[in-house]
Ligand binder design. Structure first.
Ligand code: PBG
Length: 323
């Protein structure tokens, strides 16, 4: 008797019954870029994404929340005059990011607000840590990251998300948050973050590309997966609440390996370059953007991601509502 696996795909009901992986807006986090100007400014390498003013951010978050998107991840695009080597503006209680968090939590208290902890948006060197004599100085960076996380928690952030890849930052941030009374503020650690060429469009959005060198002394080598398990063990021990793998689709094997190594929730970041490729090919009529977006996100879930940070969160949420 020949095997007939097609019987299990014969119609929509049986396919729905046997589907192993789900994707819903609950699984999605929308990254947003805030700037000081009131007008929205399109980001050329990320069609459909904008640098938004305060009111624009609240409107975008409201739209996402109404569609069921779980949360937003905020990134500030700063005026270059505010960038310094120690990123001091990141600690300003009335700085752009802190103001945005307050406005969002006032307008949408149930929306999860996640803030980025790293120096690069605030750094005149475009690096995630403090540069001393051309070297990214781990120990000088840690207290700044810790203070930045506390400033964001004071503004009302639900989760802080260190994306800097300095050693020991999760425990430095956890201790500082606890000492300041923010035991309820979680840490989404960008735990397994690779030195990736797929971040290009994001760096144009924030004008945050490294002014010299690259990020290979702190972000991971794309060739490595055992090293990811070492980062996982450290961030777990240091008190991370969620672990992120970044980028997304080229690293499905890494997500799978991390899934097997931890009981913590895993976030995948479907990064700017991945989004830009889908948009660009879609605009040319070479691929179906909607179909490829949903498939990409579903595959990240299948690999083991609990949640996905994606610039396509609103598009996907809309499509999922219809389907
Ligand atoms: C930097 C940071 C980057 C991204 C998120 N936080 C870029 C980088 O490391 O240079 C990239 C996100 C994306 O490409 O969508 N702290």
């Amino acid at each position: 008797m020949p095997a007939r696996p097609r019987r299990n795909r014969a119609g929509p009901a049986v396919r729905a019954l046997l589907r192993e992986t789900t994707l819903s807006p609950d699984h999605l986090i929308l990254p947003l870029f805030v700037h000081a100007a009131a007008e929205a400014q399109p980001i050329s390498a990320m069609p459909g994404c904008f640098r938004l003013g305060l009111a624009g951010i609240v409107a975008a978050a409201r739209e996402a929340f109404a569609l069921g998107v779980a949360g937003v991840a905020l990134f500030p695009a700063l005026d270059s005059a505010l960038k310094t080597s120690d990123g001091a503006e990141s600690l300003n209680p009335d700085g752009l990011l802190q103001q945005t968090v307050r406005a969002l939590k006032a307008a949408l208290p149930d929306l999860l607000v996640i803030t980025d902890v790293a120096l690069d948006p605030y750094s005149c060197d475009g690096h995630d840590g403090v540069v001393v004599d051309g070297i990214i100085d781990n120990e000088r960076t840690l207290p700044i990251l810790a203070a930045m996380a506390v400033a964001q928690a004071q503004a009302g952030a639900d989760m802080v998300a260190p994306s800097d890849m300095m050693d020991g930052r999760v425990s430095a941030i956890r201790s500082a948050l606890d000492a300041a009374g923010f035991t309820g503020v979680g840490i989404c650690s960008y735990c397994v973050k690779y030195a990736s060429a797929f971040y290009g469009p994001f760096r144009t959005a924030l004008d945050s590309a490294p002014r010299f060198g690259d990020k290979k002394t702190y972000q991971m080598d794309p060739a490595n997966v055992r090293e990811a398990l070492r980062e996982v063990a450290l961030d777990e021990a240091e008190g991370a609440d969620w672990l992120m793998v970044k980028p997304g689709l080229p690293y499905l094997d890494v997500i799978r390996a991390v899934r097997a190594a931890t009981a913590l929730p895993i976030a995948a970041y479907h990064v700017s370059g991945e989004y830009a490729m889908l948009k660009a090919a879609g605009e040319r009529g070479w691929i179906d953007y909607n179909g490829c977006l949903l498939e990409s996100l579903l595959c990240l879930r299948r690999a083991g991601a609990d949640m996905i940070f994606t610039y396509g969160a609103v598009d996907a949420a809309r499509l999922l509502r219809k389907s």
